[in-house]
Design a protein around this ligand. Sequence first.
Ligand code: ATP
Length: 887
Amino acid sequence: MSPTDWHTLSPSEAASRLQVDPARGLTASEAAERLGKYGPNQLAEEKKRGLVAAFIDQFRDPMVLILLGASLLALILREYLDGGAILAIVVLNAVLGLVQEFKADQALEALKELTAPHCKVRRDGRVVEIDTRELVPGDVVLLEAGDPVPADLRLTRSVMLQIDESLLTGESVPVHKEAGRTLEAGAPLAERVNMAFMSTAVTYGHAEGVVVGTGMETEVGRIAGKLQEEPQEATPLQKRLSQFSRQLGGAMLVIVVLLGALGLWRGMPWLEVLMVAVSLAVATIPEGLPAVTTIVLALGMQRMARRNAVIRRLSAVETLGSATYICSDKTGTLTQNRMTVTRLWLPEGWAEPDKTYTLRSRPGQLLAAGALCSDATLAEEGGEFRSIGDPTETALVIGAAKAGLDKRQLERDFPRVAEVPFSSDRKRMTTFHALDAAGEGYTGIVKGGPDVVLARCTRIRLESGTAELTPELRGAVEEANREMAEEGIRVLAVAFTPPAVDLPGDLASLERDLELIGLIGMTDPARPESADAVRRAHEAGIRTMMITGDHSTTALAIAKQVGIADEDSRVLSGPELEEMDDAELDRAVRTVPVYARVSPEHKLRIVESLRRQGQVVAMTGDGVNDAPALKRADIGVAMGVVGTGVARGAADMVLMDDNFATIVAAIEEGRTIYANIQKATFFLLSANVGELLIMTVAMLAGWPVPLQPIHLLWINLITDSLPAIALGVEPAEQGTMRRRPRDPKEPVLTRHLLTLMGTQAVFLTAVVLLALFAGMRAAPAAGVPAAALGSTYAFATLSLAQLWWAHGCRSTIRPSWRLGFFRNRVAWVATIVGLVLLVAVMTVPGLQPFFKVQPLSLQGWLTVLGLSLIPALLMEPLKALMGRGRE
Ligand code: ATP
């Protein structure tokens, strides 16, 4: 049959064509076989660039092209050594670039795997969660609010299902779906209400459906053809750095041209001038900067992932570093989301939760009603009750089970016939149950926030029977609610709807004139690490906010426990917030730390208000309606465990452990990564400025050329790039979390760094030129040309000085000995590799002519070593002196 006609079949016809029993699903072996036949459920990806193409890309850089031109020229002029050496360096540079790119790519791919979407399917009669890519035609998929639809489905069951199909059809209002309907052939896509399509998302209700098409055989596959992967845009920092290096490059180029002209005027051979100019240009233009940034960001992301914060957008890493606000949910993020029923309130008074009750007792009725009105399921494992589902509901189901009321039995006695699902907006849920086996008459159970439920109650159930909910009784309920909420306990009210003979189409219309049964109180202890994390955030100048759907009093109690609120703190509730205009809200968000009974739109308004005031906001969210707020926040943070797929898709960062403390850890990493990129930049540029200054002074003074082209290239490649990457993995510096958040507009190179850079360049120039003269003086005794030995000395001194200076750059405000000298192992690896290579170049006879160096005597080595140490040693106390007050 044509792949588009599934909507004309009934659910059972569709299932039988796909050879599956919707109640059991496929077996594992059937699924495996079909996977082999139909292939994985994914849209074809854009073809990846091949290795050769990636290698060729490395030569697109104008600097590399200049170098290639220079080496070609040298070869034509039969300067084989120079030409060959430059060529070798260019190729080596390309290979290194390739390796870096590959590593960064790999890191990003690995992170993507961590947040690869999953879906719930029924296989072998059990519900299991699988990677969406393993889905095959015939699989039975379970959907609930917040789930992205993982493939094209013929719905087999639906409960008030609504799906947002805007990505597929452009329709912005969620579409109401009904599994029960069968449609005419030729119905347009937007009207196929018994189908669910890949790339759309469930916004409300729940459903089941059989997969009718996967991967490219889906509607979106046919339309899009290719996976429109969001390109990883360059981060603001990367953009700023490449712009910066272009500007700097331009400036350096001008200087280099001037130097070249000077050389020619001095009568230097033009080829030599050209070579020096070209290599100086290449050595001083910081073309490696963007590459180093990328690799540092990618490595940083891996480190964050190890701390349970998975970054989905590269730029979030640096934004995290300047976050000024963390707006967090309460349940599960600041608390453990391990709810337990600890209080039961009935009009007659409090009841013990952990006792055995029958259905005839009042506490028994309350617990049973709570369990019946929930979607969590009960299981027993080794004599212990376990429950799967939403933590609030699992608490109810286990609470009832402990009292001897097994939800499985309750459901057999009072089968559920209909429901109005829970949503954060409604803050309540209702289920309808058949009153007797004959199915005559129904009663509904409502559970939800006490304020919401109580507002709909007119009656109350007493020992003696139903009574009117008098103002006194209402007062007693509110008093009990307040008492629990003040202890940070979450309270749910449970009530009956009036009995109904028939169920109307609009079930929610029955949620009124309710009869209150009682209140159930659940504790959800704060996570032990929350208070400490909040304190660390405050020390770091970051303000914290709690934004929760829970009751104001409960919210405030927990906020006080974790330190977000203090004795004088105010709570703003969703309804109050609704009354405010933007200006009032702007004023409120500056002082109010706790927001209760908020809906997702309120979250959006809070983010917008903070951003209007120039704050950098990290905001958490888990529900499908949180997506807009997550997108609007500077850093949208989704929950990896309880979060919906839609929220994860909208987020910049996913918390694999749903933990507030992880956000603070990620901010610390973000700050460290930024600082490290700054250090690497500082190091690279101070080397470049040094080299330029050395050459300029020598040229102006008419001294021999201190550094040969090959020297400059070698230094650029080995003693600059390697340590720069090592600086990128420097551990967090002390006090990282005791500083105020960085102003996002602050330049990468602050005045402090520029001063240090200039000073270091002067020191470097002085010792390298001293080395040049020392070498020239030692030349007659060694019987070699003065200029040749002089430049060997200069080269060795500069190489070594760079290796030492890299260690100095590990902090720009503290002397290195206060950092723990060996804490950055990679820096030592870079130093040792650099040293070994330098010694090889200087001592292996075959390499010496290639690198234009003369053998050094012991005294020569000692001179070079001594001189090279001077700049780094002088800089140490200077750094501390100039960095005072910045710690
Ligand atoms: P947070 O926003 O911090 O995660 P939350 O979990 O309290 O907080 P929601 O899940 O939106 O936020 O719940 C809002 C309110 O709805 C709760 O305070 C509770 O009164 C009520 N509620 C929560 N879960 C259910 C449920 N399964 N059935 C009925 N009512 C519920």
